[in-house]
Design a protein. Structure first.
Length: 340
């Protein structure tokens, strides 16, 4: 009995030791960055890019990291942090990364290349000025940007994507001169806010050829642009799920969304109180648009206060398009089931 009990005890001890070893082996190393240590943050991203340091970088809770100089420059503008070309995850809690408002113009971060994957969790980014495109973030040439429980605010760009730009190809971000082939750049945003940003196209987000955007339970408000106050979509596809787009403004078309020659699927979302100076207070659509369980209410424009159907088609399923000014949809009868 004693010998058997001992064997059981030894077996249990070995099992626990093995489990402890497995836990240690499975625990992913992280790089922890002291509050305000921008040089340390740059070095950690550089090491993660090279594969010589942890891919997960933990920033101090409740801390502000202020960027005073650009880490590098490309044809679309300068970047405050080193360009991400490998897997990098930035984790914070009530943490802010911002451009010093007295510094030269640069966006906060860029991820590029098919191996580039930047995940940002629990972090506010602000005051970026992206030059041509991407005031806060840019995802290019197959790069993937994922935002979780984060905020993109008070950023701007001259041409496209005041908050975020995503595209593949050379030339203009919204009209590249080179084809993107099979390379896809991706932006995924969940439980986050994109607010008070501005650009020529896509005050909040601009997606160009080769780009895809997926939103889930997000809040886009107070963004401004010429086309697409909140979102400009000329990419491979846009999905907006359970999100609020409100009080965005376009001086010409698409106070909420401007959809050009692309596909968009909007599900379980609210587009309200958006304004366009010309057409499509809520949505200006020239592609294929599917609305499901979505409300387009209280938006305003001289033509198509709720939706302007300039080309392609809009299909609305179990959706409300009501209370928009000057009308709900334009031209008249262009959107089946929409009544003015």
């Amino acid at each position: 009995m004693h010998r058997h009990a001992l064997r059981v005890a030894l077996s249990a001890t070995g099992l626990l030791a093995g489990m402890s070893g497995m836990a240690s082996a499975q625990a992913e190393p992280v790089a922890s960055i002291a509050c305000g240590d921008v040089a340390g943050l740059d070095a950690a991203i550089t090491a993660a890019n090279a594969g010589t340091g942890p891919s997960t970088i933990v920033l101090a809770s409740g801390c502000v990291y202020t960027l005073t100089t650009a880490a590098g420059t490309d044809m679309f503008g300068s970047d405050g942090l080193p360009v991400v070309i490998n897997t990098v995850t930035l984790v914070g809690h009530a943490t802010t990364i911002q451009r010093d408002v007295t510094a030269s113009d640069f966006r906060i971060a860029e991820v590029t290349g098919v191996a580039g994957k930047l995940t940002v969790e629990g972090i506010t980014v602000r005051y970026g000025i992206g030059g041509v495109a991407g005031g806060c973030f840019a995802a290019t040439e197959g790069g993937t940007l994922m935002l979780r429980d984060s905020v993109v605010v008070d950023c701007s760009a001259e041409e496209a994507g005041g908050g975020i730009v995503v595209f593949t190809g050379e030339g203009s971000p919204t009209h590249p001169s080179a084809g993107y082939g099979s390379v896809v750049s991706t932006v995924e945003i969940d439980d986050s806010s994109v607010s008070d940003n501005s650009a020529g196209d896509g005050g909040g987000i601009a997606s160009g050829p080769g780009g895809t955007v997926r939103l889930g339970t997000d809040y886009l408000a107070g963004n401004e642009a010429t086309l697409g106050g909140a979102i400009y979509n000329d990419g491979l596809g846009l999905f907006v799920g359970a999100s609020d787009l409100t009080q965005n403004h376009a001086s010409e078309e698409g106070g909420g969304i401007y959809n050009l020659d692309s596909q968009e699927h909007i599900a379980g979302s609210d587009l309200k109180l958006n304004i366009a100076g010309g057409k499509g207070g809520g949505i200006s659509n020239y592609g294929l648009s599917l609305l499901a369980n979505t409300a387009v209410n209280g938006n305003a424009a001289p033509l198509g206060g709720g939706i302007w159907q300039g080309g392609g088609a809009t299909v609305a399923i179990l959706s409300q398009i009501t209370g928009n000014m000057v009308d709900n949809c334009g031209p008249l009868a262009s959107v089946p089931g929409c009544f003015n």
